[in-house]
Design a protein around this ligand. Structure first.
Ligand SMILES: [Zn+2]
Length: 314
């Protein structure tokens, strides 16, 4: 069974075991006998979610809300499969993402375009459509209630235009999906976390991302619950590192997007930059770090080049 981490205040994390361990999280939030699941992982995660519910003397019937921060498939790929099992649940999704979970054909085609068909099937399994009648579209400021515990949805574009964050005032936790970047626990050093943005295709917008980061911080969250991966404390140093990562990556894109081998060139320079930061804080196994970061660096570069092409067309 996948790792489960008890984060206190009714919040647990399940490792979705997406690509490898400690990459993508599914969060389970419990208040009384009601449960919200934030991020579904893929169809492969359903069985682990069931096991966690059982350890808490609960089952799928106690799940009231299934929430996906945005419709990229590492976050929402399991939504349809999970909704089939959780018959009392509503799916809460951004208004711009809802139709893609009701009819996932475009999402599937788009993801196959990024990953290829063979890898798609291995990573995601079956993508099941969600019944339209069971979907709640949460626009900015919308709230749901879990046994008296309020969850508030904030429209936070930057990574994607169909992205919201979820504010749990009760615990001071902000569930940020991909808006507040990526930070892997392998790279923690005493008192420090390593964080960088995700600029995945096809809706990356650096100005919106910075605004969303500031908006998240306006809530003064105690903890940021990252989908990739886990809980961090958002110190000023963390916010600054995240923002300077946005600048580093957009600078690379502006300088090199129109070169013939732009993808390779930007990937190399981005990886180099990240590894230098890791080395500076004392991470020794840089080959393992390179491996861990390879997928993100590849996707980030694709997203950055796409962003530049779109800007230059308009
Ligand atoms: Zn993601």
């Amino acid at each position: 069974m996948s790792e489960i981490i008890d984060l206190g205040q009714g919040i647990s994390l399940i490792d979705a075991c997406y690509i490898s361990e400690d990459v993508a999280a599914v969060y389970l939030l419990r208040e009384g006998n009601q449960v919200a699941i934030i991020e579904t992982g893929t169809a492969h995660s359903v069985i682990d979610i069931e096991k966690l519910l059982i350890t808490q003397n609960l089952d799928f019937s106690h799940v009231k809300y299934i929430i996906t921060t945005h419709v990229h498939l590492d976050h929402a790929g399991g939504a349809g499969s999970l909704m089939q099992r959780c018959e009392n649940a509503s799916l809460v999704v951004h208004p711009r993402g809802a139709r893609h979970l009701i009819d996932p054909s475009k999402l599937i085609a788009g993801t196959i375009a990024v990953y290829g068909e063979e890898k798609f099937v291995r990573l995601y399994g079956e993508i099941v459509p969600v019944d339209e009648m069971r979907v709640i579209e949460a626009s900015d400021g919308f709230e749901v209630d879990l046994s008296g515990r309020k969850l508030k949805f904030l429209d936070t574009p930057g990574h994607a235009r169909h992205h919201f964050c979820v504010w749990d005032q009760n615990s001071g936790s902000m569930f940020t999906g991909d808006t507040f970047g990526l930070s892997y626990r392998d790279f923690d050093t005493p008192g420090q976390v390593f964080i960088f943005p995700t600029t995945t295709p096809v809706q990356f917008d650096p100005d919106e991302m910075i605004k969303s980061i500031d908006r998240i911080m306006d809530y003064q969250p105690q903890r940021i619950m990252l989908t990739h991966f886990g809980a961090i404390s958002p110190s000023i140093a963390v916010v600054n590192e995240l923002k300077s990562g946005v600048k580093m990556m957009t600078d690379l894109a502006i300088a090199y997007h129109d070169k013939e081998d732009a993808q390779m060139l930007i990937e190399e320079l981005m990886m180099e930059n990240l590894l230098v930061s890791l080395a500076a804080r004392g991470i020794e196994n840089l080959e393992a770090a390179r491996k861990k970061l390879a997928n993100d660096v590849n996707l980030n570069t694709q997203g950055l080049i796409f962003w530049q092409k779109r800007l230059n067309q308009s």
